[in-house]
Design a protein. Structure first.
Length: 122
């Protein structure tokens, strides 16, 4: 089943570019759109329900094929702030560095985004 998109790709890419120009000064609306677009893109590229990726307060998606999660707290969860997510998505940071530095909280045997990031790179 294809992922339902709420953010048009053109709008999402534009928000990502706006964030890239100056992350510290990007408007909250652009950050929100960029985060949600990138989450939708991740879910489209790695469909499934094994892993939940959370970027509070902007959104969360379930992705990656494997055992399906249906109720309660997912067994595989990744959570991070918006800046970390966008740095990973754009290739400004990498998965191993963000995880080792504590910017990403991951729990569960399948809680990794290694090999799925970056989503949008130069």
């Amino acid at each position: 089943m294809p992922t339902r998109r709420r953010i048009p790709p053109e709008q999402g890419q534009q928000a990502l570019e706006q964030w890239r120009v100056d992350p510290a000064r990007a408007p909250q609306t652009a950050v929100a759109v960029a985060v949600r677009y990138a989450l939708e893109e991740l879910a489209a590229r790695a469909p499934g329900r094994t892993l939940e990726v959370r970027v509070p307060p902007y959104g969360a998606v379930q992705c990656v094929q494997g055992p399906r999660h249906t109720r309660g707290t997912p067994p595989n969860v990744i959570e991070m702030d918006a800046r970390t997510w966008l740095e990973l998505v754009t290739g400004e940071s990498d998965w191993a560095r963000a995880l080792a530095g504590g910017a990403v909280h991951a729990s569960g045997q399948r809680a990794t985004l290694a090999g799925l990031l970056p989503i949008v790179a130069d």
